[in-house]
Design a protein around this ligand. Sequence first.
Ligand SMILES: *Cc1c(COP(=O)(O)O)cnc(C)c1O
Length: 368
Amino acid sequence: MNVPFADLNLQYHTIKDEIDQAIASVIRDSAFIRGPYVDAFEQEFAEAVGVSHCVSCANGTDALYIAMRALGIAAGAEVITTAHSWISTSSMITHSGANVVFCDTDARTFTIDPAAIENAITPQTVGIIPVHLYGQPADMDAIMAIARKHKLWVLEDCAQAHLARYKGQQVGTFGEAATFSFYPGKNLGAMGDAGAIVTNDAALATRMAKIARHGGLTKHQHEVEGINSRLDGLQAAILSVKLRHLSAWTNARRAAAAIYDAGLSQIQNLTIPYLAAEREHVYHLYTVQHPRRDELARHLNANGVQTAVNYPTALPFLQSYKRLGLRPEEFPNAHRHQSRILSLPMFSEITTAQQSVVIDLVATFGPS
Ligand SMILES: *Cc1c(COP(=O)(O)O)cnc(C)c1O
């Protein structure tokens, strides 16, 4: 039996009628750019996160850029983020005009280490971008305490963590603003690129909307130089349909994670995902650690199980940051994890039979 890493086609077929109808409606109404479907999704998503404003945009990368432009980046400003994330988190810091400052991760949760944040703060620091990596919330109490003490803004990168909770509070509601990606493979995924920023700050929401829409909300009135970053009507209508299923899909991911946990917890040399106290993980990825990661991946792949490495090089060690001259000793956890992490197949529709195949293959991967 082959086990895919994810199965978007299968998900589509479980809601085919709803999706097909939504797409047909947008075409019927020619509501391709802005319009009622985009307005409706923005409102529904704000409600789902529990915030007052949602500004949709073209993707999760633009969301980070737009949010930082709206927060305001002065020359020489520094923004702190985690060493372990997708490149967008740090590249958009640079593109928004700030200098990126990396922090190591916690040894067990893969999320930014609050103690490292304290050490990285300088008089130039203006903000912190925690990433709720793989679907597990970062340590938001500690991060918000540091931010308040040093008067820094917090922008949560929630691209992998739709509906995750920290001490009962949903991610995306802690900082000044939060960004989401609806890339097809994310927990809430469009059928193309899509993204959003959420906030409870009305003035900030207006600035973000202006930046996303050529610098103004009224035609031909460009108050600032913005960009063109739109969620299109088709994607909005598709996302509205999928949003109705998101909490059921999230529960299914959690149930699948529990099956993996039970099946994989006693295997020598294998470390299963660590769930910190009072965090509701949404398992965008189920990422294990193994000292012979590449061999384990080859063993699984050779037997029909797709895996992924998220990500093979931690951000400070990428070619794009060579100029910063960062060393592995400065980011021991992120550096250690990059050669040990392996993401196993995880999607809402994964069957127990598929999971058994994965578990058996991992269990029989012998020492060599
Ligand atoms: C996916 C992702 C992004 C970027 O989202 P896109 O929609 O692909 O641009 C940003 N940050 C993290 C952590 C992500 O996983």
